[in-house]
Design a protein around this ligand. Structure first.
Ligand code: HEM
Length: 111
């Protein structure tokens, strides 16, 4: 499906416009890339305690700079929505079920 970064952040800024200016430090896009990479890494290694601790730590960090927990958690679903849109007909009910299960697992285990 190619690089989903642009669509993910377009969806984030459409849903939470107030978040866009918080990325002002990110002139090269490196922070946005790191953030999305961490989300994919956590979803692909959901059983790993390292990933779950990272998500927990980032949740606290993000709360500290103005991203409350429910907004933080939404990001995983925004990534899913973007990937579903890009995958088109290749996105099957099994894909949807697998993504949903992984996201729910990561969120529940990292609270
Ligand atoms: C809608 C939810 C989210 C918003 C609005 C948000 C916002 C931000 C912002 C503004 C930065 C840059 C901070 C800076 O200037 O240093 C950032 C960095 C980062 N975010 Fe997020 N974030 C969200 C969700 C997440 C999630 C779900 C993860 C991972 C599970 C994550 C991981 C990171 C990482 C690794 C960085 C870079 C390093 C750091 O500053 O800790 N973010 N995020």
């Amino acid at each position: 499906m190619g690089d989903p970064t642009a669509l993910v952040y377009a969806r984030l800024f459409a849903e939470f416009p107030e978040t866009e200016e918080r990325f002002c430090r990110d002139v090269t896009g490196a922070i946005r890339a790191e953030m999305l990479t961490m989300v994919f890494d956590c979803l692909m290694n959901p059983a790993g305690p390292y990933q779950l601790h990272l998500v927990r730590a980032e949740r606290v960090n993000h709360d500290g700079f103005g991203t409350p927990n429910e907004v933080f958690d939404r990001f995983f679903w925004i990534v899913l929505d973007a990937c579903r849109e890009l995958a088109g007909a290749d996105w099957t009910p099994q894909t949807e079920a697998a993504w949903t299960a992984q996201i729910e697992r990561v969120l529940a285990a990292s609270r």
